[in-house]
Design a protein around this ligand. Structure first.
Ligand SMILES: Cc1ncc(COP(=O)(O)O)c(C=O)c1O
Length: 496
């Protein structure tokens, strides 16, 4: 009997609803992701061009481009010069096996359901970047993992394995391994201008958990929080999940506009800011603006949550001291992470909290997941105390400055006036806009065809930005990879 050809996935039957709350590109992205996870779209299967799918679904090309860009950055799709965009050939098996069985109408209708909160959480699954797949230029949020001194980490791990007292394999205090808290307090005082004692340092499982705890412990349902616009969207989601009313406050060349915030909701209870490296613009908050923000917090008896996730990476002079160091009256909660200076898989970050909050954080951590693993905390303590951390940091700063320069030069050389770079003072990412006479959609399509990843600026904005932008991460990529990727991008742009 002749074999039946495999059934083609019906892209034109994908359903998106222009009246739904979720933007069209998000809906499309979700439908495609579901189809890949359910095995309806197979590894290496080609997806239609943005033009064709946009015409089939009667949506704008930008909608399709944004959905593809997100799936490319998560590793669900891959694009190669000359062969268009296809489903990634390297999807980990466990990911596919873990996908839910295709739901029938009957199975969808019966059985217990998620809570409303659970459904809101589930909708955030789109933020999970695909683990186990090497990042491609210019996926942001990835540090220079290739430069991490793994041999030193291995040596320190082996030594700790041999010497760690048996009782430390049990539990450590929820606020963290005391010697690590001491090492961090000392480091912050010297390098970030944060004056604190070890007792004020709270070890958390990365900056993400820090934001989650702050949102749930310091704000009540319906109270307002200022969030930078554009800003770090995952933080916005955490505040929303905690029942907080999120007020997006525009960012200008000096940082979050306190005047605009006061007009929008002067009585907010908290301002979440990234002053030393605004995400995603990479700009730094000026000193007058920092003082203005502090003044507002004092008048309103509000909190400032200072996310210093990238504070160490400043290329234009010395790193700027944190806002925390400007005031010791307990309005500023400082947070940092080892994700950008070490590696994100470590899942270690910290908060510096006023004394009166310590008990709440201690109990919250214990109830959530007890504490971070003792072993990693102990190795990190040795890494800091034996000078490896300071050395690594110096090396990372130099390397990231060189990688940033390589990206700026390559953009200039190959894309010239087609792109406009926004801020390059700090951080591990560059925000670029389409230059005069160039359309952001053309750049996006060309990037997809060239297999170049980025995050669209609109993903980090509550409202559609006036100008779409592209957030290019550069830290994780060697200079020659950067050069090649920009060159491929330019070739694709030229070909149209
Ligand atoms: C602005 C900002 N804050 C916090 C985080 C979270 O970092 P972590 O890996 O420590 O949770 C990120 C991650 O990229 C970030 O960009």
């Amino acid at each position: 009997m002749p074999r039946r050809p495999p059934e083609r996935f019906a892209f034109d039957a994908l359903q998106v609803d222009p009246c739904a709350d979720q933007p069209l590109y998000r809906q499309l992205e979700q439908r495609l992701r579901d189809a890949i996870l359910a095995g309806q779209l197979k590894p290496a299967e080609r997806v239609p061009s943005t033009r064709r799918l946009a015409a089939d679904l009667q949506v704008s090309r930008n909608t399709v481009s944004l959905a593809y860009a997100q799936l490319l950055s998560e590793g669900y799709l891959e694009a190669e010069v000359g062969s268009g965009t296809r489903v990634s050939r390297h999807l980990p098996d466990d990911l596919l096996q873990a996908s839910p069985a295709p739901r029938t109408a009957a199975s969808a209708a019966v059985g217990p359901r998620l809570s409303r909160r659970g459904s809101s959480v589930a909708a955030l699954g789109q933020w999970i970047t695909l683990p186990g797949v090497p990042p491609r230029p210019f996926r942001p949020h990835v540090p220079a993992l290739d430069l991490f001194p793994r041999h030193i980490w291995r040596r320190l791990s082996q030594r700790r394995l041999r010497r760690m007292p048996w009782y430390e394999w049990g539990q450590v205090p929820p606020l963290g391994y005391p010697p690590l808290r001491e090492a961090i307090a000392e480091y912050l005082g010297i390098s970030r201008g944060v004056r604190c004692t070890a007792e004020q340092v709270v070890i958390v499982a990365g900056a993400q958990q820090a934001i989650d705890f702050v949102a749930r412990l310091l704000l009540d349902d319906g109270e307002a929080a200022w969030i930078e616009e554009p800003g770090y969207t995952p933080a916005r989601h955490l505040f929303e999940l905690a029942g907080v009313e999120v007020v997006p406050v525009p960012v200008d060349g000096d940082g979050l506009s306190v005047a605009a915030g006061e007009q929008l909701r002067a009585d907010a209870r908290l301002a979440y800011v990234t002053p030393s490296c605004q995400w995603p613009t990479g700009l730094t908050m000026s000193l007058p603006r920092r003082l203005e923000l502090l003044e507002w917090a004092r008048c309103q008896s509000a909190w400032i949550l200072e996310d210093d996730y990238n504070g160490e990476y400043r290329y234009d002079g010395r790193p700027l001291p944190a806002i925390h160091g400007l005031a010791d009256d307990g309005h500023v909660i400082y947070m940092g992470t080892f994700s950008k200076v070490m590696f994100p898989g470590l899942r270690l970050g910290y908060l510096v909290v006023p004394d009166q909050l310590r008990e709440a954080f201690r109990a919250a951590r214990w109830m959530a997941d007890r504490h971070s693993p003792p072993f990693e905390q102990a190795i990190l303590t040795d890494f800091i105390n034996e000078g490896h951390f300071a050395r690594h940091l110096r090396r990372m700063r130099t390397a990231c400055a060189a990688r940033q320069q390589a990206l700026v030069d390559a953009l200039d050389r190959h894309l010239g006036g087609a792109v406009e770079v926004v801020g390059r003072e700090s951080g591990l990412q560059l925000l670029v806009h389409a230059g005069a006479g160039m359309d952001a959609r053309r750049l996006t399509t060309a990037a997809q065809k060239a297999g170049v990843e980025f995050h669209p600026l609109s993903v980090y904005a509550a409202a559609e930005p006036e100008r779409e932008g592209m957030i290019l991460g550069f830290a994780a990529y060697r200079e020659e990879q950067i050069e090649q990727a920009v060159q491929d991008w330019a070739v694709r742009l030229e070909r149209g």
